[in-house]
Ligand binder design. Sequence first.
Ligand SMILES: *Cc1c(COP(=O)(O)O)cnc(C)c1O
Length: 462
Amino acid sequence: MSGQHKFILDETRLPRAWYNINADLPVPPEPILHPMTKEPVTPDFLAVLFPMNIILQEVSPERWIEIPDPVRDVYKLWRPTPLYRALNLEKMLDTPAHIYYKYEGVSPVGSHKPNTAVAQAYFNKEAGTKALTTETGAGQWGSALAMACNFFGIDLEVYMVKVSYFQKPYRRIIMENFGAQVFASPTDRTSFGRALLSEHPDSPGSLGIAISEAVEAAATSGGTKKYGIGSVLGHVLMHQTVIGLESLDQLEMAGEYPDIVIGCIGGGSNFAGFTYPFLWKKFTEGKNVRVIAAEPASCPSVTKGKYAFDYGDTAAMAPIVRMHTLGHTFVPPGIHAGGLRYHGMSPSVSALVEHGDIEGRAVRQLATFEAAVQFSRAEGIIPAPESAHAIRVAIDEALECKTRGEKKVIAFNLSGHGHFDMGAYESYLHGQLEDYEYPQEAIEEAMAHLPDVTLPQMSVPA
Ligand SMILES: *Cc1c(COP(=O)(O)O)cnc(C)c1O
C-alpha cells in the first residue's frame, strides 16, 4: 500500500477563530516596557504605532478571537493549505517514523506571512488608518504586507535592508507591483537613518536598523501612519494559528496525532502558529507532545541567548520585552545565508522555553542546506532556507527513530518555498558556504548593553 500523500480541507473548514495562547499560558505574562522610562507601557504609547483593535488583541485574555469574514475571504485565495505526508522522504531515510509537513508556501507570496499581513491590513482599515510603514529584510514580510494593503486600499512604505534591496531585487519588485513604496535602509528619510549615514555612509543596513526607521516614520507622522510588524508580538503569532488549527483537523483525517511538532524560529510566528494549537491540546486536555524550535547556530537566540529584558530594535526606540536575546546590538555574521536573523524572540515562545514546554535546537548551516536539498529531491519542493532548519530537525528526529526502532509521528511546518533564495542555494551547491557558530564572547559583550530594568516588586499569589 502506498499510503495517502496529502490531506486537503475544503473552504468550509477554514478556521473561524484564531487561538490566543494568553488564555492558557502556564506563566503570567511579563510587562511590555517603555524604551525611555522603562516603566510598563500605557495603551497611548502603543496607540502611536498600532490601532486600538490590534492593541486589544495583543492584551486579550480570551482564548478565541473571531476571524472577520473579509479576512477569511482573502484567506480563501489559498487556504486551507495542504498537509502532506512525506512518504518519499520516509522511504529515502528508511525510517519507521511517519513524517508530515504543513505547506505554507502555497500562499501568493510563498510563505506564511500573509496570514497576519491580511489581518493587520484589515484591522487598520477598520480603524481608519490611511498608510502603514514597515521594515523588511529580504522582502518576504514586505511582499506579504504589500499584497494585503493592496486588497484593503492602504498605502505602504517599506524600509528594506539596503544590501537586500540591491542584491535581491525580485521581492522588491513584487512589493512595487502591489503599489508599495520601497526604500533602501538606512535612508535619509528618518533622523535615525540620517545620523547613521553620517557616521557610516556605506552601511549595508540591518533588520534592527530598518525596524527603527519604520517605527520612527510611523511615530513622527502625526497619527497619519501606523506600523505593521511581521513577527514577535502576540497578535502576530495569534493570526498565524490558522496553520496549526487546520493541521489538527488534517492529522485527524490521517488518523494520527504527532509525538513531535517542529517549526523554525526567526521571531517565532510561523513556529507558534503551527505549534500553539498543539500546546492548547496539551494545556487543556493533557495531550502530550514534544515541541521543538529550530534556529541557526549562527543566530542562536533561544539556545545561547540570555532570557532578559531587551529592546526590540537596534536604536532602542521600540518597546522593551522579556525574551531570549543576543543583545539588540547583534549583527548577524555575513557568512550566514539562511535567514532567521533577528536578535530576539517572541516573549511567549521565550516564556514557554523557560517553563519547559518548548525545546530549542540550534542547527548548523551546512547540515541545514543538506537537509533542504535532500527534502527537495524526495518531495519536489525547494524549501525556503528558513524552513530548512525545521526540516533538519525533522530528519534528525526521524533518523533517531530509525536507530531506536521507534515509529513516532513527526510533524513540521514548511513555512515557505525558496524560489527567491536561489543565491543561497547556489552558494551551497558550489561549496561556498561554511559553518559558523556565534561565539559566546560576543554574546557576553552584547549583554553589557542590555537596558537596566528594575521592576516594581510583584505580589506573589500564595
Ligand atoms: C519570515 C520567515 C520566517 C521567520 O519568521 P518567523 O516569524 O519566525 O516565522 C520563517 N520562514 C519563512 C519562509 C519566512 O518568510
